[in-house]
Design a protein around this ligand. Structure first.
Ligand SMILES: Nc1ncnc2c1ncn2[C@@H]1O[C@H](COP(=O)(O)OP(=O)(O)OP(=O)(O)O)[C@@H](O)[C@H]1O
Length: 238
């Protein structure tokens, strides 16, 4: 089974933001990246997505993604950015169709997967923040890529829609390499298979959600939380 190998560093001008980040991700395991604000999580996803050009290597299935042209890379990697207000008044269907540019993917299936098929004719600018987040995910799904990167995919969603997105990722994880930046530690600890903790642009901890201790959170976020575990369910109380 092909793996994604990441071994990179990145600087904005002279400011080192990612320093020797090295990890692997594979299908079947939902990988969550957590860490405090400014630790480099979004920058890491942007490097893998090809928006930023890091030093080092990003290899998937023997192919070095850093040196691929954008259209070739888009066949392999899709990226769901942090949600912002849509810039153009496309219909939902047209917006999701943008994802098919590189690979000619399935718009209808993508809309169905996120529950937006009924809204296909509506303008994207009329969606709620949560629905727009789902449209961003549908656009990435329509790309049909093997690797999917998501930057805080549940941040604008109510508990019901957040659960829908998590369920979708759990359904997709056997067919795609999925890497999600998550601020919601409860989602990360309860649904991810592996966790990477970033701090000051370095991986300071990695392991399974069951191994995340109060000390790990304290050392990364400088806050002393309580982690409660009941019948396999974990809750992080700040
Ligand atoms: N375009 C940019 N130019 C210069 N510095 C930047 C730029 N974008 C981000 N940074 C800096 O890089 C560092 C990492 O930012 P990044 O957005 O990757 O962190 P993050 O962990 O995703 O943060 P958050 O959790 O707040 O979204 C921060 O110090 C940030 O100020």
């Amino acid at each position: 089974m092909p793996k994604l190998h990441v071994d990179i560093s990145f600087s904005y001008a002279s400011k080192r933001v990612l320093d020797g980040i090295s990890f692997e991700a594979e299908k079947g395991k939902l990988l969550a990246i957590i860490g405090p604000n400014g630790s480099g999580k979004s920058t890491l996803l942007k490097c893998i997505a090809g928006i930023l050009k890091p030093e080092g290597k990003i290899i998937y299935d023997g192919i070095d993604l850093i040196h691929l042209r954008p259209k070739e890379r888009a066949r392999i990697v899709s990226y769901v950015p942090q949600s912002s207000f849509p810039e153009f008044a496309f219909t939902v269907e047209e917006f999701v169709e943008l994802g098919t540019y590189a690979s000619g993917g399935d718009v209808e299936k993508a809309l169905e997967s996120v529950g937006l098929i009924e809204k296909r004719e509506e303008f994207i600018t009329n969606l709620s923040g949560g629905e727009y987040q789902l449209a961003l995910i549908a656009r990435a799904l329509a790309q049909g890529s093997d690797v999917m990167l998501l930057d805080e995919p549940t941040s604008h969603l109510d508990i019901n829609h957040a659960k829908e997105v998590v369920d979708l990722l759990l359904r997709l994880k056997d067919e795609k390499v999925i890497i999600a930046v998550l601020h919601d530690l409860n989602i990360a600890l309860n649904y991810a298979d592996e966790i990477l903790v970033l701090k000051h642009g370095r991986i300071v901890w990695r392991g399974s959600p069951d191994e995340v201790s109060e000390k790990v959170i304290e050392e990364s976020y400088s806050v002393t939380p309580r982690i409660i575990r009941i019948n396999g369910i974990k809750a992080v109380i700040p």
